[in-house]
Design a protein around this ligand. Structure first.
Ligand code: AMP
Ligand code: MG
Length: 350
């Protein structure tokens, strides 16, 4: 399949408007369009069409039991596709448009291919102007998982979306780097209007606590699933975000991590904080040191993580190490993605 790549900097100029019109038409005609959002790049298709949704699973190599998020450009449109509740509007008023996905009971208009057979559907209203304009122009809700091949880190810049999706989709829109860099927070609204956090993201548990003091955190968020344990969000059971380079997390002080990494054989890479670069430069060549921002700048680390994991793979290092982050605030999202990228390999250094 031939893929057309277009750059959109400013949605209001004529060239961009024409490109967005074409992209919207492509979606409406059952095609696939990769587009930027504030979280990660998405791989979009008409969420009301079985055939279009099937194309998404095929292009990504995604297992068919892992449901898709549908994207709308106004929260009120959720009425058309789901049975909304007062809690949905509380969340929408506080955080939409923005990096949050809400799971509610689906209406029949959404095909089972999109929900992977579940009776619920995940709804998100993105903030990115290109994403919103594309949904508006398409005139249909857009089903969109992250635009990576299944199992790889989500693309947070055009370069990596293109690397995975060229020749698999009709169009790819280059909208620059994603601001947040981690996928949306996913919450499920339960029958009693309490919330269950299925995936942490930039909207934090602390943020959600302002609306609801009854928030359960799904087991798969902060630990590995046990053999045979069922999971509320099917995507949580798959290996995710993993670089090809064996990745381990080290729990311990800089001194302990430094000692541990010094004792390793082979070509070793490290993802470390700005404050630590000069220490690691004593034992690791510069091209194998990946700068993760300042230790307390979790926002920057979130934005860099997936791109760094892909950059590491290009060095063909034998192993890569990073410090285990704290799991509070947006740190919970970082922690969740990093333990999964590391296949839960956490080494405690005493
Ligand atoms: P991605 O599209 O790659 O960001 O992944 C979407 C995530 O949303 C996956 O982890 C899915 O399992 C999850 N998801 C989508 N729809 C539902 C649903 N109806 N119930 C639970 N989880 C869902
Ligand atoms: Mg994904």
């Amino acid at each position: 399949m031939q893929t057309e790549a277009v750059i959109i900097d400013d949605i209001s100029d004529k060239k961009s408007q024409n490109a967005l019109k074409k992209a919207g038409q492509t979606i409406r005609n059952g095609g696939l369009v990769v587009f930027p959002t504030e979280t990660v790049y998405g791989l979009g298709a008409d969420a009301t069409s079985v055939q279009a949704a099937e194309k998404i699973y095929k292009a990504k190599g995604r297992p068919s039991d892992n449901p898709l998020i549908i994207h709308i450009h106004e929260p009120a449109l959720a009425e058309k596709y789901t049975y909304t509740t007062p809690m949905f509007y509380k969340i929408a008023d506080a955080f939409m448009p923005g990096p949050i996905t809400v799971i509610m009971k689906a209406k029949d208009i959404i095909p089972k291919t999109v929900t992977a057979g579940l009776d619920t559907v995940a709804v998100r209203c993105p903030l990115h102007p290109v994403a919103r304009e594309l949904i508006k122009k398409a005139g249909v809700p857009i089903a969109a998982p992250s635009a990576n091949l299944s199992g790889s880190p989500s693309p947070t810049c055009f370069k990596y979306a293109y690397a995975d999706m060229n020749e698999r989709v009709d169009m790819i829109i280059d909208g620059g780097d994603c601001d947040i860099g981690l996928e949306s927070t996913i919450v499920k609204i339960e029958e009693d209007e309490s919330l269950t956090l299925l995936r942490p993201g930039a909207v934090t548990v602390e943020d959600l606590n302002m609306l609801c003091d009854d928030i359960k955190i799904s087991d798969a968020v902060l630990s590995a699933l046990k053999e045979g344990q069922t999971v509320l969000s099917p995507g949580m059971k798959y290996k995710h975000y993993a670089p090809k380079t064996p990745f381990s997390l080290l729990k311990g002080s800089l001194e302990k991590r430094f000692e541990y990494i010094s004792s390793q054989n082979g070509r070793v890479a490290v993802i470390c904080y700005d404050e630590e670069v000069s220490s690691f430069e004593r034992i690791i060549p510069t091209e194998l040191i990946f700068n993760f921002g300042k230790k307390d700048d979790l926002q920057k680390q979130a934005k860099l993580l997936f791109t760094l994991l892909r950059d590491v793979d290009k060095t063909e290092a034998d192993a890569v190490f990073a410090a285990l982050p704290d799991a509070s605030g947006i740190g919970m999202a970082l922690y969740n993605r990093m333990i999964r990228a590391a296949g839960h390999r956490i080494i405690t250094l005493n």
